[in-house]
Design a protein around this ligand. Structure first.
Ligand code: ADP
Ligand code: MG
Length: 249
């Protein structure tokens, strides 16, 4: 096993062409160590989502390389990438992206069924229990609160036993209390099972759950802190906002 879960080397991402070129990432080199919780912060438009998408193989860098474990993503075709994501990655987004017509159980098992695997009932029970939805397995998303829906999405991300869970603003649509529950669960993913979590957030309180916080500004990695409080993280964000001339968001 590699020490890193994810490795980016000189990654750039440019969108558009001719006069409307956007340099979303301008050369990112970073290792995300296994068994750690990394948060990615930065002003709106600084490249956070692009970073996450490139790291997870959801998007292809313009130049540079990305390794997920030992595998280099640019060497893979679209089919291989899809397979790799199914095996190694779990995803949680701000909009929970659940299927309204499916029950909790069927939403959670969807990635397994897409991969042609049969859900193991004991494991399914454990995953759904871990996110505290053991009593809600037959419910549909519309019958659940926002926090409960995001916990379904987290169970769905965990059911395939991914090496890395990628989360883009997972608490962006939640109130403080339910956000804390979801963040506690992400923390537990790392502490209890040694999986790796990479989370984009604009909230210093959310980022304080992480072991390490990376700060992006204008497509560059400009700062990082380890084991920081929300206050420290907030101060770094404010400094970034001044530097980038942008409103932290
Ligand atoms: P963040 O998540 O930090 O808000 P993004 O990674 O979404 O930032 O975007 C970084 C920059 O790239 C922004 O200027 C954004 O407008 C641009 N961008 C992102 N995705 C696309 C796209 N598909 N096409 C064109 N520009 C994009
Ligand atoms: Mg974003």
């Amino acid at each position: 096993m590699t020490a890193h879960a994810v490795r980016l080397n000189a990654v750039t991402k440019t969108y558009g062409g001719n006069k409307r070129v956007v340099h979303a990432l301008r050369g990112i080199t970073v290792d995300l160590p296994r068994g750690h919780f990394t948060a990615v912060m930065g002003p709106s438009g600084s490249g956070k989502s692009t970073f996450l998408h490139c790291a997870a193989g959801l998007d292809t860098p313009t130049s540079g390389t990305v390794h997920l474990g030992e595998v280099e993503l640019s060497r893979m075709n679209e089919t291989q990438l899809t397979e790799l994501r199914r095996q190694k990655a779990g995803f949680v987004f701000q909009a929970f992206n659940l299927i309204p017509s499916l029950t909790v159980t069927d939403n959670v098992t969807l990635p397994l069924r897409l991969a042609g695997a049969r859900p193991d009932r004991a494991w399914l029970g454990e995953v759904i229990g871990r996110v505290g939805l053991g009593e809600r397995t037959g419910h549909r998303p519309s019958q659940l609160s926002g926090g409960q829906q995001q916990r379904v999405a987290l169970a769905r991300a965990l059911v395939t036993r991914p090496e890395v869970v990628f989360a883009d603003e997972p608490t962006g649509a939640l109130d403080t209390q339910t956000a804390a529950e979801v963040l506690g669960l992400l923390r537990q993913v790392v502490d209890a099972t040694g999986q790796t979590v990479v989370m984009v957030t604009h909230d210093p309180v959310a980022a304080a759950y992480a072991d390490r916080v990376l700060f992006l500004a204008d497509g560059l990695l400009v700062d990082e802190v380890w084991s920081a409080t929300a206050d420290t993280i907030g101060q770094r964000m404010t400094a970034l906002g001044r530097r980038a001339g942008a409103v932290p968001c």
